[in-house]
Design a protein around this ligand. Sequence first.
Ligand SMILES: Cc1cc2nc3c(=O)[nH]c(=O)nc-3n(C[C@H](O)[C@H](O)[C@H](O)COP(=O)(O)OP(=O)(O)OC[C@H]3O[C@@H](n4cnc5c(N)ncnc54)[C@H](O)[C@@H]3O)c2cc1C
Length: 480
Amino acid sequence: MLSAMEPAMPTFHHPAEELPICAEVDVLVVGGGPAGVAAAFSAARLGARTLVVEQFNCLGGVATAGGHGHICLFSSYGNPVWGTDELVVGGIPYEMAVRVAEAGYGTFDRRNADFEVEGMKLVLERMAEECGVRLLYHTFFVRTLVEDGKAVGAVVQNKGGRQVILARRIVDCTGDGDVAASAGCPFEQGNSEGQCQPVTLMFQIGGIDIERIRAYQREQADNKLTATWKRAQEAGDMRPFQSVVMGWWWSATRPDQLGVNFTHITGVDTTKAEQLTAATIEGRRQAVETIRIYRTYIPGMESCYLISTPPTVGLRESRRILGDYLLNKEDLMAEREFPDSIGYGSFFIDIHNTKGIGMDTRTVRPHNGFKYQIPWRVQLPRGIENLTTAGRCVSLTHEALGSVRVMPQCGILGQAAGTASALSLARGCTPRALPVTELQASLRQQGCILDAADVVRVNAALPPRAAVPVNCPAHLPRCA
Ligand SMILES: Cc1cc2nc3c(=O)[nH]c(=O)nc-3n(C[C@H](O)[C@H](O)[C@H](O)COP(=O)(O)OP(=O)(O)OC[C@H]3O[C@@H](n4cnc5c(N)ncnc54)[C@H](O)[C@@H]3O)c2cc1C
């Protein structure tokens, strides 16, 4: 629906400016999503002066500003996506899920976390405060400063104007790889035809009766309710923008509300503001239409109403920054082990149709117990030092991204990058030159799960706290 071709823009010569230096830090984390918070918290806990620059007014990325109150998967894969009793993700993502549940904002069964996004915002800010991480909201990354092949800082923009942040290490957690791309690092974008996964504007609805909705899903023997949307479209009640429920996220702490993953906009280059604007407007239009359809077709939703659309459309894919290793689908399907593992991925290869509605034929649902290791080298962008990537912009093929992109994995990638940044500063080497065994030892100490020996068995019922990894270093108090 959105035009890929754009005319070349005319240019204007802007004279060089003297820019004020607003901060000098050890570790600059650009982007405060699941990757960014884990990078920042781990670096700060290891003693690095750490600053997060974030364009919105909260931490959490898709989990908050994207309106998506569901994180999966902390265990190995279990059909369809609800997980097994084998916990494969610890560390800061695990801690986020425990703390949001303990604070009364959601639930966490050691496989999936469901929560209120406002609660997650509060929990993450509390964690940042405890770690001593500085936050700079309402600030947009502009350009990477590179000297002699090393990243040395960034130009940022906010209401105070254009400013410089000097940093000894930078972690690119923008999701889109903005920092690495600006530094000239090579990247790939989209599938073999250059098409990225569709974007989705999440929205929150109220006035629902979850028991009646679930009864209807059972009656239809299809949680995705494919036949219902087909019927609505054949009756002329629904434009054909979606064919399945991508996610109805419900938290016991807000029983009459639902987070809805249903809007679907293809052909969007998420690095272009014009296309993001058009996608957001279309997403909001689809959200309002969806409410009308739900009221008519879904028992338990007769009186539902729109509570909110989030500040940003949710982005599944854009730049993937090429690193020292390119993780691919074959690695995942072979459940390949890597000597430089920084953690496990376990989600299915979840690729939404890049051209039309529903899922892509390249989606793969693996066997129960599926898990694979992620090598540290995917976080080391080629041709630059002191810059690492974390989250969905690391070095992956389009297919591998389909699995690695979920939030627990973005979090463990963030924790690895933040830890490597701090340790490399202490050792006086670049993150690339840091012995990987040192990085791994520190991650284990922080409760991360790197290989089979670290994997924890959990029961269907919540295990006692002592049975699962506690990822706060001993010197830091845990929040009750
Ligand atoms: C609709 C949708 C549904 C999903 N469903 C699930 C699910 O059910 N479970 C799951 O675990 N995962 C899910 N995911 C995937 C997951 O949410 C994302 O892949 C993940 O959040 C990526 O983490 P990240 O930290 O790399 O990036 P993001 O979460 O995108 O965070 C990036 C942050 O960087 C900031 N930023 C970006 N550019 C700049 C800039 N230039 N200057 C300043 N700040 C900047 C952004 O504002 C944002 O806060 C879903 C994603 C989408 C879009």
